[in-house]
Design a protein around this ligand. Structure first.
Ligand SMILES: [Zn+2]
Length: 280
């Protein structure tokens, strides 16, 4: 979508959200719709109003829950509706395609299987939407886990290995396995140093803030910043810090303070994508 079209769409959605948030009597927001929401306030709201806080403006059934810890003082439950999961699967497919994973390609993920997000369920949904092969093997952070995974990788030969910061760093340094063409690293605000580290040609980093969006932004083949999912998330930089607002998620978060220092680059990227890039 052209840049002006994206900006208009984002502003329209944000305006509507603010109006709805102020109008919803039982919502967390009320007069707070314009305030910054930090991790401490998010966790406190969920604990005061279990199970997921008063962030949902319209009661739609949740069909998946997990524990978010990205930028939060402690692991805190969050949840997704059917529509949320469908939207995330499409965003995930786009982020993985941007990282070089083609439809019908084979991948394998080393993410946690349950509870912890971003986990293997979200990635499997994205791979499903992309029509690519998923092969979850669980976290690989020691020799024993690598031996087990390497045996199946030898047979399946995934072209892309997907994992969190710990698994990808371990695998990047390891050598005794069939190395894929590339790695996808899911990083959260708890991985600030890894987000701002120098780019590597064969590692595609994705910023994930699961209570906002599993696929907030990701690196393209140019490795010159992280393309923001501007159709799902609005980013603002306030005093150098990255704030995110959800544009269409059922559990609505407005101006969530990720705690990350970032800049927003709206200049065109050589890859041709029009979505702005975050730089950390
Ligand atoms: Zn690009």
């Amino acid at each position: 979508m052209p840049t002006e079209g994206l900006a208009a769409l984002r502003d329209e959605r944000l305006g509507l959200l603010h109006a709805r948030a102020r109008a919803a009597a039982s919502s967390f927001y009320g007069e707070r719709a314009h305030h910054t929401l930090n991790g401490t306030a998010f966790s406190a709201e969920v604990e005061a109003h279990p199970p997921f806080g008063r962030f949902q403006l319209e009661a739609a059934p949740f069909i998946r829950a997990g524990l978010a810890s990205a930028g939060l003082p402690r692991p805190t439950p969050t949840a997704w509706t059917r529509a949320d999961l469908d939207a995330e699967a499409q965003l995930g497919a786009r982020a993985l395609r941007r990282a070089g994973l083609a439809p019908r390609a084979r991948s394998s993920d080393c993410l946690e299987g349950g509870l912890v997000v971003p986990g293997t369920l979200a990635i499997t949904d994205a791979l499903d939407a992309l029509d690519a092969l998923a092969l979850p093997v669980g976290p690989v952070v020691d020799a024993a886990a690598l031996k087990r995974a390497a045996e199946v990788w030898e047979i399946v030969a995934p072209t892309m290995i997907i994992g969190d910061a710990a698994s990808i760093e371990f695998l990047y340094a390891a050598s005794d396995y069939l190395r894929p063409h590339g790695f996808v690293a899911f990083l959260t605000p708890n991985d600030a140093a890894a987000l701002s580290a120098a780019a590597r040609d064969d590692v595609f980093r994705i910023l994930s803030v699961p209570q906002v969006c599993t696929f907030v932004a990701g690196e393209c083949s140019e490795h010159a910043g992280y393309h923001l999912a501007e159709d799902a998330v609005a980013a603002e930089i306030q005093e150098g810090r990255l704030l995110l607002s959800t544009l269409d998620r059922s559990l609505m978060l407005l101006h969530f303070d990720t705690g990350l220092r970032a800049t927003l680059d709206r200049s065109p990227c050589a890859c041709g994508e029009t979505h702005a890039r975050l730089r950390f």
